[in-house]
Design a protein around this ligand. Sequence first.
Ligand code: HEM
Ligand code: HEM
Length: 284
Amino acid sequence: MANHPEIHFTSNAVVPVSPNHYVIRGLLEIRGITQPQELDATLLGRHADAALHAEVADFVITGKLKRSMFGMIADGVFIFDLVTILIRAHIKLGDAFFMPDKAPSGWSRAQRGLHWWTAALVFTGFALGWLMVGVPLSQLLIKFLLYQLHKTIGLTVLALSVARLLVLARRSRPEWNPMLPDWQQKAAKVVHRGLYVLLFIVPVLGYLTAATAPVQIPTLFLGVIPVPHLVGTNPQWFAFLRQIHRLMAILLATIGAGHAIAAVHNHLRGRNTLVGMWRGQPTA
Ligand code: HEM
Ligand code: HEM
């Protein structure tokens, strides 16, 4: 103690977990040894501080550290290895530390609506794709109507995805659940990005397939609004594009299903993942 009278904690992330609860991640330095440390901060309330001429937020901050990680002895009888940290903090608002409003606390109504409509339409459109291709030419009217429904669903997915990215750019997404292991967060980011890319690629390929088809069937959005085919019929391109459209659609449905399994798995592990996307509550 005499040689090392000070300990230092440098925070590098403040993650909102629920409206009044934050996880502070940072580095703790004791006796010249630096270790990563997580602290839990609970906001008790705010009050106007006359002396500081500012609003002050009162926090209780708790954490646990192991003495052995900082080269300190513990005999397990008189000195235990595990030390509980309890801090009462009064933080002047406006300090760089207190910026929880950077990320929204949950998914907005628009983001949730767009997500679930997209998911439902992708799976319906996918099933319809196989169904309509299999309908014999003898049932031409049914085949025609199913194609129009498929194309309408696909174009709606494209429009919803544009809207979704605009909302995402304006509002961003809630913080990642702090309980999620690092590798899972990285994997989820890659999967989400992949899904966004496929949500554009698949409908565009579908549109090009329809436009290049040797037998020209008009594309009628909702069965009535004509969508012009900007490229002409081309049997070679059609043969190629329909394969790629099919392949990318299979990839989208497979990754979408894998992503859904991961979401359910995380939910069952108590991370509230589905509630977050369904009702907009922060995950915990
Ligand atoms: C093909 C269907 C689906 C697609 C294309 C899709 C796409 C996405 C994307 C791109 C995100 C990231 C949102 C963003 O960062 O803006 C997301 C999040 C999410 N999805 Fe899906 N999804 C699909 C199906 C499902 C299904 C079926 C479930 C549930 C069973 C589900 C549950 C979730 C949840 C809970 C989140 C939020 C994850 C978080 O909080 O980080 N998704 N989805
Ligand atoms: C999320 C969107 C979409 C999904 C998941 C999807 C999925 C599929 C699937 C699974 C098939 C059957 C594959 C086969 O056997 O050929 C198919 C075929 C087809 N799709 Fe899509 N599709 C989507 C969007 C679109 C769009 C926007 C259009 C056109 C505007 C379109 C036009 C077609 C056409 C013309 C075929 C038939 C190709 C053939 O005759 O073999 N699709 N789609």
